[in-house]
Design a binder for this molecule. Structure first.
Ligand SMILES: Cc1cc2nc3c(=O)[nH]c(=O)nc-3n(C[C@H](O)[C@H](O)[C@H](O)COP(=O)(O)O)c2cc1C
Length: 196
């Protein structure tokens, strides 16, 4: 059995925010399932927007030209089996912190997105409205689905729910359990050929 590597990206600026709490649940689930888990607070990282300079596509380029906190993340993404991306709905879509991170994955386009192909993805979203449609959560979920399909990654689970004030999700036991279960699914060890 091979231990899975799971990366958890948290896109809320609120350290004790709802999506962060659910991301921690998922991370705990993945850890309990035997995975090696690494967590990233996107709002605390220095991640610039994609410059559309196409530097990553030049002959002999070694990835994105920007030397910021994304630099070590590219190598970790290559080595990972699964990613969990968690964040709030802002203005009827994904938050800017998550969008910056996603835009920078453009650099993998130089390799036809092969580093992301087959990656297992979990998405966690929280929103203030009570409804996933009127909140705009559906737009965010659709963005993840389209992006995953485009790069050949596989969405294994979408966990989304309502919460306004930081910590509100703690009173939603089903949602907390769904997040932990998502982590367990992504963290389970993978069978390697010829071994039990
Ligand atoms: C700038 C901003 C924009 C927001 N836009 C929406 C929105 O469009 N729809 C919605 O339902 N909630 C919206 N909210 C509420 C948050 O999505 C909600 O509080 C969520 O639980 C925050 O997640 P967090 O605690 O992980 O930060 C917004 C909050 C902020 C600060």
């Amino acid at each position: 059995m091979k231990q899975r590597k799971v990366l958890v990206f948290m896109g809320s600026p609120r350290a004790r925010g709802n999506s962060t709490i659910l991301a921690e649940q998922a991370a705990e689930g993945a850890g309990k399932a035997g995975a090696e888990v690494e967590m990233f607070r996107l709002a605390k990282m220095n991640i610039g927007p994609c410059l559309a300079c196409e530097g990553c596509r030049k002959k002999g380029a070694a990835g994105c030209v920007q030397k910021d906190d994304m630099k070590p993340v590219y190598a970790k993404l290559r080595a990972a089996d699964a990613l969990i991306i968690a964040g709030p709905v802002y203005w009827f879509s994904i938050s800017a912190q998550v969008k910056l991170f996603l835009d920078r994955l453009y650099a993998f386009g130089a390799e036809d997105y092969r580093p992301l192909k087959g990656k297992r993805i979990g998405v966690i979203l929280t929103y203030g409205d009570s409804d996933p449609f009127t909140s705009g959560a559906v737009n965010a979920l659709r963005s993840f689905q389209d992006a995953a399909a485009f790069v050949g990654a596989k969405i294994e689970g979408l966990v989304f729910g309502s919460g306004d004030k930081a910590g509100d999700v703690k009173s939603n036991a089903a949602l907390m359990e769904d997040a932990a279960e998502l982590g367990r699914i992504l963290g389970e060890s993978r069978r390697t050929k010829g071994k039990s």
